[in-house]
Design a protein around this ligand. Sequence first.
Ligand SMILES: Cc1cc2nc3c(=O)[nH]c(=O)nc-3n(C[C@H](O)[C@H](O)[C@H](O)COP(=O)(O)OP(=O)(O)OC[C@H]3O[C@@H](n4cnc5c(N)ncnc54)[C@H](O)[C@@H]3O)c2cc1C
Length: 419
Amino acid sequence: MSATILGSGIAGISAGYHLNKKGVRNIIYEKDADWGGLCGHFVIDGFLFDRFVHLSFATDENDQKLFSSSVGMQEHIPFPSNYYQGIWLRHPAQNNLAPLKTEEKVNIITDFINRSQKEVSEISDYSEWLKVQYGNYFAEHFPFAYTRKYWGVEAKELETKWVGVRMYTPDLKQVLEGSYETQDECFYFAKKMYYPKQGGFRSIMALCRDGLDIRFNKKVVKIDPLQKTLLFSDGKIEFYEQLISTLPLPEIIKMLSTVPKEVLEATKRLRHTCGYQVSLGFNRPDVAKHLWFYIYDEDILSARVYSPSLKSPNNAPAGCSSLQAEIFFDNKSEILPPEIVLKNTIDNLIKLEIFKEEDIVVKDIRFEPYANVTFVHTIYEDREIILDYLRALDISSIGRFGKWEYQWSHQAFNDGKQL
Ligand SMILES: Cc1cc2nc3c(=O)[nH]c(=O)nc-3n(C[C@H](O)[C@H](O)[C@H](O)COP(=O)(O)OP(=O)(O)OC[C@H]3O[C@@H](n4cnc5c(N)ncnc54)[C@H](O)[C@@H]3O)c2cc1C
């Protein structure tokens, strides 16, 4: 028996590694010239930038050991920050209202006390969930705005099962304490995060990648599940026995012919975000003050900014530092051109006095067509229709976009292992 794996992101690498351990021959086909997928990186003039933020908070002890035996890890305590209308607040903002003006604090706390006491289990709409958890004023000024920036949609368009531990829900005591004094406690859902000292985020997979047969620049364009063949963009055809795909569901559906109407319609209803990364290198060591921070103001396109050089000093040349900003769009909305996004990001970060134009030595913008799966109300039925169809064709679909889930890297890794 042999397996063919599509995609060399962490899900594909994990599938290949675990199949090798079982003695199952496998080949990975990757459209890019390098491995790692979204966990990969690029280097410009000695500055290493991951493809989006990427810190590891794997929970499984064996996975942690495997990742840290691949590369030395640097530990980080996540103390992100928030920028809101000229004010910096520690994260999560709802527990750290202290720097806000009195009038705004009174509005937030009054609405928090008077919020509806509905059972969270009865709520299926994210906008209602936010109002019930935080009160109307906070919901409207903070997460509603952030939802438009991060998910590219209104909160009411989202369901709530994805939220899980991602949003901290304080009690009145915590809200009051945080409105007098910024809290020192880390309220982030992961109390510690890890990042490789060398080689960017994908180095956590270095041991797994060793010994894998990855064929690069092999973009699959057509799959024939009856003949069990793959057609590549270079015109070559390959046979497969068992097929494992980590490709986004909308992409794999396009590669199949005679897809039932119901499956095509379900695929059309899937929503996801696309994202730009604005990567900046500086000729000073001290530009980055926060490992990452969120921006709530909607005239600033960036939703989140983080520092590759704080993740590891080896991500920048000696005496330098770096930042990377993320800007997201819903796949069905208008996506602004890169030059506008780049200018908006740099101009605003200069206005925030984070750096000066003359500090910049590297300036880059790149686009990722798939960033986050969007949890619109129809997601669960639609993705089941598509996955059922792929199962019927004997195609195993795994990973963040192959399962169409909100997976972190260790979860995508686990997908490959489980399979
Ligand atoms: C903004 C953002 C921030 C994140 N931050 C974190 C974080 O801090 N910590 C964390 O653990 N996780 C984080 N993640 C999640 C993490 O990136 C994913 O869970 C993980 O990378 C998914 O891996 P994958 O293998 O499933 O998919 P991918 O990495 O997308 O791999 C799919 C692979 O398939 C290849 N491919 C696509 N089409 C074809 C084709 N036609 N033919 C051949 N190959 C093809 C692609 O090039 C790619 O290599 C973040 C994600 C985003 C978007």
